[in-house]
Design a protein around this ligand. Structure first.
Ligand SMILES: Nc1ncnc2c1ncn2[C@@H]1O[C@H](COP(=O)(O)OP(=O)(O)OP(=O)(O)O)[C@@H](O)[C@H]1O
Length: 602
């Protein structure tokens, strides 16, 4: 019973394997078919190579069997010249086929990498929650490069090798069928050996790729978290973890290479078996006067040529297996359908007034663990709504849902009268600005960073935005002003300065809806005041959602929503809520203890 299930599983995995191989070739064909002229040119050159390779032993045979015994000096020079010419042409055609195939493969790889990159960007945050950055980077770089090997001069020369192989086998069968059969006797063994090794080589290389991706992840974590690592003095622990991964990588690579390395010598040995058999049989025939010495020289040359297709075939199997492992990882990303996407018939959101309504919304990051249920909330247009509540109560989730970084599972969110899911994601986000505490600055100048959301903005507009965000002063103090380059993640700027740049970004895009997520957390009082001032300029005339831990920053909000476990427990303005003596007051008193409750806390 167990055995039946196992063989059923094997059958299924074999079928899966063939499906993925078919898909891989189809995908590569898709990316190369537009270059059919070049492909044809490549094919013609490899056929020419086959013909030349077949001709050279024939010319050699002619010299030995005819020209030498008949002492035809002129013919000797002519035939020698022909061999040289054939060898020269061989070189030229080899160069052309490899150059042409590089052009074809590079174009195909470029298309595939761009397609994968574009698709990855189109995926929603749920996908990025599940997949690690380093792993995705490996798929976009080394996995794609691996596929390039498939469309190479080597692969095309496989066609030439097959043609040469067929021509030689035909010739051998024609001239001496017994000798031909002796040569071919090794082929079934070759086939069985290839089948045995191919699956094993593939899974060994899949393991290598998996560990490479883990190494990438680990590097990504360590390098981006270098400050934390240093502040906890955990360099040694990190190094140990990395060493363990490197060791796993070494073991996996050695075991994969051992398989490939065993495969080639077995093939070689089978070739030698074939060669010795042919040599012995040929010698016997020469001794009995049934064959000439020229024949045997030509046969030996052909035998060497017969090894080439077999060798290429074995190399190609390894290559195809490695590429199939890489393609499966690429395909996993390509086959992922984003959960947040533009529905068929989705409209471009016209300029909105900006009222947002959550109507009976249900949302879960993971099935069975709802964060919001039957959730109702209205964010009136041109007003500021603040969200407060304990950590994990769902504040950021609400902001993400408004920006459609995730889609709700039930109910609707409306912007004016438009359900968010009925409008295009791009047009929705174009009317939205997000300023969060985790400011992401890109490598580039200050100017480029401010203009990120509107690259076509003029210098005057950029400077005006920086003025409004209280950032112009510190930017002008840099010797290069707005052209000052910012290092990776803006390391040369303070937290407050980065924050003001992100506010300037928001000013420049002039969004109808503004989301501030903990925008002033973790700043000193002076920076906070500057930012508060900048925000007081930015907020009016827009629908704003402010997520704040510091209640001092939201006392002027039009409405304050107190959340606990994804439910609204209180709603009102600062004064109303304080009077209510409920959760808001509790939170408020924790942050601004009065004399009596300060004593209680103590
Ligand atoms: N990407 C995610 N995948 C799974 N669960 C998540 C994800 N993001 C948040 N959660 C969970 O959803 C709940 C609400 O999180 P959310 O970040 O919205 O809370 P919050 O009120 O903004 O918290 P904080 O004030 O600490 O930022 C938490 O229980 C959190 O663990």
């Amino acid at each position: 019973m167990k055995q039946t299930r196992q063989s059923g599983d094997q059958q299924q995995s074999r079928e899966q394997h063939f499906i993925s191989l078919r898909m891989m070739f189809k995908e590569m064909f898709l990316h190369t078919r537009t270059q059919w002229v070049l492909l044809m040119l490549g094919a013609v050159t490899v056929i020419a190579i086959s013909i030349l390779e077949f001709m050279i032993p024939q010319l050699t045979k002619e010299i030995i069997d005819q020209i030498i015994p008949e002492k035809r000096y002129n013919a000797l020079l002519e035939t020698g010249g022909l061999i040289l010419l054939a060898a020269l042409l061989l070189g030229i055609f080899n160069f052309s086929s490899s150059y042409v195939m590089t052009i074809v493969s590079q174009k195909a790889i470029l298309q595939l990498r761009n397609k994968l990159h574009k698709h990855t960007l189109s995926l929603d945050l749920k996908f990025f929650d599940r997949n690690r950055t380093g792993d995705l980077m490996a798929r976009l770089t080394s996995d794609v490069n691996q596929l390039q090997e498939l469309v190479s001069a080597d692969s095309l020369s496989l066609i030439a090798d097959v043609i040469t192989f067929a021509a030689i086998v035909g010739y051998l069968l024609y001239t001496d069928w017994q000798l031909a059969l002796i040569t071919l006797i090794t082929l079934p063994f070759l086939f069985i050996t290839s089948r045995y090794f191919s699956q094993r080589i593939k899974s060994a290389y899949r393991a290598v790729r998996h560990i490479s991706a883990q190494i990438n992840n680990s590097l990504q974590d360590t390098l981006s978290g270098i400050r934390m690592i240093k502040s906890f003095a955990s360099e040694d622990a990190e190094a140990k973890q990395f060493e363990a991964l490197s060791e796993q990588h070494r073991i996996a690579t050695v075991s994969a290479s051992r398989l490939s390395a065993t495969f080639s010598p077995i093939i070689d040995w089978l070739n030698y078996v074939g060669m010795t058999s042919v040599l012995l049989f040929g010698a016997w025939e020469v001794m009995h006067g049934n064959m000439s010495v020229g024949d045997i020289v030509a046969y030996l040359a052909y035998l060497r040529l017969l090894q080439a297709p077999i060798r290429s075939f074995s190399r190609m199997i390894t290559k195809v297996q490695q590429s199939a492992a890489a393609f499966e990882r690429i395909q996993e990303v390509l086959a992922t359908v984003p959960e947040v996407y533009d529905k068929e018939g989705a409209i471009v959101l016209p300029p909105v007034k900006g009222q947002i309504v959550f109507d009976d919304v249900e949302f879960a990051y993971e099935e069975g663990h709802p964060i919001l249920q039957n959730f109702q909330l209205r964010l009136p247009c041109n007003q500021t709504t603040a969200l407060v509540g304990s950590s994990g109560s769902g504040k950021s989730t609400i902001a993400y849902l408004i920006a459609r970084l995730y889609d709700v599972q039930r109910g609707d969110i409306f912007i004016d009268s438009y359900p968010l899911t009925e409008v295009t994601v791009k047009s929705l986000r174009q009317q939205m600005g997000i300023v969060s505490q985790d400011v992401i600055l890109l490598n580039g100048t200050i100017r480029e960073n401010i203009a990120y959301g509107r690259p076509q903005a003029t210098d005057d507009e950029i400077i005006a935005a920086a003025h409004a965000a209280n950032a112009h002063e510190f930017i002008s103090a840099f010797p290069m002003g707005y052209d000052t380059p910012i290092g990776e993640r803006g390391v040369k700027l303070s937290g407050g300065q980065k924050q003001r740049l992100s506010i300037a970004r928001a000013f420049l895009t002039n969004p109808r809806i503004l989301i501030l997520d903990e925008a002033t957390a973790a700043l000193d009082t002076e920076s906070e005041q500057r930012i508060q001032h900048a925000l007081s300029e930015l907020l009016p005339g827009r629908t704003c959602l402010v997520i704040a831990h510091r209640l001092s920053t939201i006392q002027n909000a039009d409405q304050i929503v107190v959340l606990e476990h994804g439910e609204i427990v209180e709603l009102g303005n600062h004064e109303n809520l304080l009077r209510r003596n409920g959760r808001y007051k509790e939170l408020y008193e924790m942050q601004f203890p009065t004399k009596s409750n300060f004593e209680q806390i103590l």
